[in-house]
Design a protein around this ligand. Sequence first.
Ligand code: TXA
Ligand code: MG
Length: 332
Amino acid sequence: MQTQILPVDGQSLELAKKIITNGGAVAFPTETVYGLGANAFNTAAVENVFKIKGRPNDNPLIVHVHKDYDLSKLVYDVPEYAQKLANAYLPGPLTMVYKSLGAVSSAVSCGLETLAVRIPSHTGAQNLLRYLDLPVAAPSANISKHVSPTTARHVYEDLKCKIELVLDGGSCAGGIESTVLDCTGDKPVILRSGLITQEMITAVAGECGVYVPKDGERVRSPGMKYKHYAPACRTELFAYCFKEDALEELKRQTAAGVNAFIMCDSATARLLNVDKVLDLGETENDIAANLYAKLREGEQVAELIIAIAPEKQDGVMSGVMNRLKKACGSKL
Ligand code: TXA
Ligand code: MG
């Protein structure tokens, strides 16, 4: 199968609609990462998305809808705090988990009684969703466990010959996946951190928990138990306070003939004065936006990425840390 990369316009939207209504899958841009979308009502189409990605079949998908889609067709018991959060942050990088009416295929939620719903703000995503007027089940458009894609080229690298169409909407401005928020209880609980932070949710909802699975407990967001976002090369992760040790490690590895690179923010790169660096940028938003592209660049150019965690760990950096730890298989 030939894979085309096309800009989002009238012609490519028509092609995307043809593919998706015929049970196929299309990659499309969002403000977080690229998604691989299929008709959420069509079980075979949803199962095919799992197959294309090599995704474990107990890791549920998020349904994407346009901003005027009537959610009461999909979910029930939307609490007042969720309505307030939706008014404040949607469309945007916030996925909300509700009780499912069972209208979409049960393959979407892997048999769970809940449904994760997202209204992306990216114009290309909104145009596609409005053009289809369907709930679109879409995981990130990468091979399962690999680094998520933030450009059409990244999608192509992972899924060429497996899908017909990648809609190209440029580089994703957000760069890490949406915050997944459980809205089935008395208060919101973060299941996956992201660009809509605990602080932002608390400001609107009054309170916000963060789910931490206990040993042996059945995880509430099944995606959490898998290693994710991993580049094809070796990785090591150092806490910010051990950045000098990271530099020593770079020297040691280089002397041993290993092609190693440091990955850190611009200020840390200046401080350490390293030249073999995968520079994540200056601001917190830059760091989130560049993380996956730099991990993918790293696997092309390096045998070993020596990552240094950001100094700050709250707000958006909590999402970045979560991804970094998973990418490096680290418990830091
Ligand atoms: O930003 C994003 O969310 C991107 C773009 C494409 O929208 N999508 C994305 O999808 O990251 P994926 O499949 O890579 O991650 C979905 C996450 C997983 O951790 C999954 O376990 C969780 O959402 N999830 C989905 N449905 C759920 C549900 N009913 N209850 C709890 N967690 C759920
Ligand atoms: Mg993913």
